[in-house]
Design a protein around this ligand. Sequence first.
Ligand SMILES: Nc1ncnc2c1ncn2[C@@H]1O[C@H](COP(=O)(O)OP(=O)(O)OP(=O)(O)O)[C@@H](O)[C@H]1O
Ligand SMILES: [Mg+2]
Length: 311
Amino acid sequence: MPPDLSVLTALPPQRREPLEVVSAWDLTIPYQQFRAQHLVPPTLVTLLPERPATRRVYVVVNQKGGAGKTTTAMELAAVWVSMGYTVRVIDSDHQASLSGWLQPLYPEDVAPKDRRELTDVFYGRCSLDEATYYTRYQNLYVVPSTEELALVDLDPRVGKDTALRRAIAASQAPIDIDIIDAPPALGKLSINGLTAADHALVPLKVGELDVRGLGKLHATIRAVQEETNPGLVVRAAFLTAWKRSEYAREVAERVRADYPEAAVFTIRESVKASAAPKNFEPVRLYEPAGTTAADYDQAGRLLLQPKEITA
Ligand SMILES: Nc1ncnc2c1ncn2[C@@H]1O[C@H](COP(=O)(O)OP(=O)(O)OP(=O)(O)O)[C@@H](O)[C@H]1O
Ligand SMILES: [Mg+2]
């Protein structure tokens, strides 16, 4: 069954003027542009790709700043929307990079002070669905954040480990995939993301890799698996802004040893990729023929099969 948008009653009303919505078809990259550059271990190829039967929650996590978390969240969202899924990205970083990139479409009759964001969800002022907004992309929704989200990290009264998990579980919106963009810290927000997620995705920038940092992330993920979320799986690592080198190969091996259950994807560097957020477009639309878009496209398709639509 295609998603029934009438169920989105908890969402803010659509703007009254007709929207210039980008159709999912426009997010599709022609198949010929694929270039196999990913280091998917042969043992994993037999397991991939899968098609989730129920709603799936991913968290994109790494405490290192500038690792490619927001880019990975955005590009996978765009790939999976183009494959027929309804995707919601949850901006769990008070820098609000993802919100700035995706530009939520706030209803015009709601005053700016009444707009909802993730902080309101943590403080129990609204549900996750009430903080979910349309974007100009069909079937792509966003829960924005603002700098206020930094309060959640400081306030001991809110943001217990399971708060985001409970908020997602209570969501009624017909979302197939939630993607949480975690902040560059292993604080309360990243722990909430890891606790809420079925699958963790770890982007790393090879050139700036801090191996000790990788060990710390590993320990945090193991602690969450033991304490609050035994079902958490590290599904994939993304070596972002990739350039082929002996060191990069060693990093890929190290990641593979740390996360034997994960696929390791290389995302090649593209100069234009870093300009896409300023243009409020996924790299996929901003530079569709570029290496970054092609590599995320292939990674997204290796992780999931297109959604089965039975009309
Ligand atoms: N494949 C790529 N090629 C070129 N530039 C890239 C690529 N991936 C990411 N970048 C750029 O690297 C910078 C950091 O990426 P991004 O914002 O996604 O990282 P982040 O982990 O979310 O950062 P933060 O920790 O601050 O939230 C951005 O300017 C982004 O455009
Ligand atoms: Mg980010």
